[in-house]
Design a protein around this ligand. Structure first.
Ligand code: SF4
Length: 332
């Protein structure tokens, strides 16, 4: 059994990109491994955000994760800022991380190019990510392909820290790549992301799902119903592969290539399957939203467990790095 860590930003309601690309895999992993899942609000503040919305978005994300199947009896679910040890370890790891390594991260370069003034938090983001994982000495991390570079840096940081202080405290975390590749948004161009407005929410009503799917981008070669298409380049076909039966996926490909149906017929089938798949999640989410105290209690239980694990690691980190013992806490 491995110890698995993964995090998700508190972007409010879960969307199908989060669900198909990550969370569905987390739900499967929690029955095979010891899993720790975090809503990473400390990462969220490295870009512009609305402070009045942060707590609500965090709670909404917790509702979405629990409704999607994260089971607090099997996995620890917590809010990152409720375990302040994450930032303490990040500071310690920063002492062995070269700035040049941080500056060459693709995500940093992309995001920094859009900012007038680049906050230090954006540069240091991957150190905090390394701390998230290493704090629990997790050895497996489910990641999308776009996060592989950061995970490689986390391994490098673990190696450097172990070498600098002559220890093997930190394991080098390995990726678990989910079967789902990057889930593309309804614009058919970029990764599905709330900030790009190209998402379908897991909790959207059937009517809203159809309203969003109807105008979604398809193969541009299909200008009219009579033009045959190429399903492999169409994002609607990609979504069918996640949400429709193998027979239906095959039929979609044939109907598309032979122009036997229009894109609206194809989208209607996808909408029906999506609505059916999400119905139980919507139902569970409604029950959780009606009982926010229960959600807060689950998060607090998760944080308490993680604080205790984090304390064990940090006691060893402080000792290894040579800090003076804290008064009244021998060895920490
Ligand atoms: S028929 Fe379906 S797979 Fe083909 S282009 Fe239209 S939406 Fe895409």
């Amino acid at each position: 059994m491995h110890r698995v860590f993964s995090g998700i930003q508190p972007s409010g309601d879960l969307h199908i990109g989060n669900y198909l690309g990550a969370v569905r895999n987390w739900v499967a992993l929690q029955s095979q491994h010891e899993c720790i899942f975090s809503i990473v609000d400390l990462h969220a503040i490295t870009q512009s955000y609305e402070p009045r919305e942060l707590a609500g978005r965090t709670l909404d994300m917790a509702v979405g994760l629990l409704a999607a199947g994260i089971d607090p009896e099997r996995a620890a679910l917590f809010v990152q800022s409720h375990v302040p040890q994450h930032t303490e370890l990040a500071w310690a790891l920063g002492s062995v991380t070269p700035v040049g390594e941080l500056e060459r991260m693709t995500q940093y370069k992309d995001k920094a190019a859009r900012e007038e003034t680049v906050p230090a938090g954006l540069l240091n983001y991957p150190i905090l990510q390394a701390a998230d994982i290493l704090l629990y000495r997790a050895d497996r991390v489910p990641v999308g392909e776009d996060q592989l570079q950061h995970l490689e840096l986390a391994r490098e940081i673990a190696r450097r820290w172990n070498a600098r202080f002559g220890t093997d405290l930190f394991p080098e975390p390995q990726p678990i790549l989910s079967g789902a590749k990057r889930i593309v948004g309804l614009d058919g161009k970029a990764k599905m992301s709330k900030s790009l407005g190209n998402t379908i929410g897991v909790l959207d009503s059937p009517e809203v799902i159809w309203e969003k799917l109807r105008p979604a981008m398809t193969d541009p070669a299909r200008k009219t119903k009579r033009d045959p298409g190429t399903p492999e380049i169409c994002n609607i076909y990609a979504l069918h592969q996640h949400l429709s039966t193998p027979d239906q996926v095959e039929r979609v490909a044939v109907q598309c290539r032979t122009a036997a149906w229009g894109c609206l017929d194809c989208k209607r089938l996808l909408a029906d399957n999506m609505i059916a798949a999400l119905a139980p999640i919507r139902e569970r989410a409604a029950a959780l939203k009606a009982d926010p105290d229960r959600v807060r209690e689950i998060l607090e239980r998760g944080a308490a467990r993680c604080r205790s694990l984090a304390d064990e690691t940090l006691a060893r980190v402080r000792d290894t790095m040579g800090f003076a013992p804290r008064p009244g806490r021998a060895g920490s």
